[in-house]
Design a protein around this ligand. Structure first.
Ligand SMILES: Nc1ncnc2c1ncn2[C@@H]1O[C@H](COP(=O)(O)OP(=O)(O)OP(=O)(O)O)[C@@H](O)[C@H]1O
Ligand SMILES: [Mg+2]
Length: 316
């Protein structure tokens, strides 16, 4: 569905060199990306600020011309075949709007129906589905400029989907949304993904989006792919461990060691301890701890994706 071969985008920027002089410098925003994405895949495309995510999406959607390399989406070349491609993809750039600022939301949707020449019945069916899943009814008659960010994003998603695209490109679709709106958007996208017909590429800084939605995670940094695989593969690569957190009746004895674990934190005046499970099962660790000290409460934490990704971003 999507193919990138040694895809590159270089920007020339002018930087200050002395009081009046300006020097030209080249920024390799995307620096040789190779990726193939199959129909129905849900791909999380993440990376630190300035990594090249938005630039990649702009080349995939025909907004920017690549400096070098090959790119195809739905078998089309995005820039030369931009009009044809527009019928087959849906795009949301969280920072920009595709809606008409002064029109009520439903009129924007109606305009899009004409622009994309969607048969009325098809359009009505899709809109009905979005209205119920994204809870649009409350603000369908409101001009877009009066919508809150979360309301507008739900409108943007609807607008991107009304022509029944095969591929959806979402650049930070949950940016700035409250917890409830985020969950609504995620549930909506999950349902869309479950049909298996829509291919989705999503960038985000909220890793919960990825955990909820994407089986495949592509991480880029300085314009290059530094990880491509499942979240589990990322945990395995970085040796992520589960943790056992225990609330104790009294602090641990000074020379206490729990076999197969490493004590990573002691808080609450020594009453709360955290062990990283290195080479033992949770059951064995719990048994060992309970046998040694009176325990009030226990919980087991899965490895934190934020931690792993932070390590990935900062590793050279
Ligand atoms: N039009 C442009 N002119 C010059 N440089 C640009 C332009 N657009 C992007 N860049 C540079 O290219 C690099 C990648 O930018 P891009 O917007 O793709 O990053 P990003 O991964 O989307 O980051 P963020 O997470 O902050 O959205 C940055 O260094 C940015 O400054
Ligand atoms: Mg961006």
């Amino acid at each position: 569905m999507i193919k990138m071969q040694d895809l590159q985008k270089h920007f020339t920027v002018r930087v200050k060199a002395g009081r009046l002089r300006r020097k030209k410098r080249t920024v390799a925003a995307v620096d040789g990306v190779n990726l193939t994405i199959e129909r129905g895949e849900m791909v999380g495309y993440i990376g630190p600020n300035g990594a090249g995510k938005s630039t990649t999406l702009k080349m995939l959607t025909g907004v920017l011309t690549p400096s070098a390399g090959e790119v195809s989406v739905c078998g089309l070349a995005p820039v030369p075949q931009r009009t044809k491609l527009a019928l087959r993809i849906g795009v949301v750039f969280g920072q920009r709007s595709q809606l008409w600022w002064d029109l009520p939301l439903h009129e924007s949707f109606e305009l899009l129906r004409h622009i994309y020449r969607v048969p009325a019945a098809e359009h009505a069916a899709r809109l009905r589905r979005c209205r119920s899943l994204l809870d649009l009814d409350e603000f369908l008659d409101t001009p877009v400029r009066q919508l809150s960010l979360g309301q507008r994003m739900r409108g943007e998603l609807t607008a991107a989907l009304l022509h029944g695209p095969e591929v959806l490109f979402l650049d930070e679709p949950t940016i700035g949304l409250d917890v409830v709106s985020k969950q609504a958007v995620r549930a909506f996208l999950a349902e869309l993904g479950a049909t298996g017909d829509v291919t989705l590429v999503l960038t985000t800084h909220d890793l919960a989006d990825i955990e909820r939605l994407c089986e495949r995670l592509v991480v880029i940094d300085h314009g290059r792919v530094v990880h491509d695989g499942s979240i589990e593969a990322l945990h395995a690569r970085y040796g992520s461990r589960r943790s056992l957190v225990a609330d104790l009746e009294q602090p641990l004895p000074a020379d206490f060691a729990l076999p197969g674990t490493v004590l990573t934190a002691v808080t609450a005046n020594g009453h709360r301890v955290t062990f990283s499970l290195e080479s033992t099962t949770a059951a064995a660790a719990v048994a060992g701890l309970v046998a040694a000290v009176p325990v009030r409460d226990l919980s087991l934490l899965e490895p934190d994706i934020e931690d792993v990704v932070a390590r990935l971003y900062t590793s050279p």
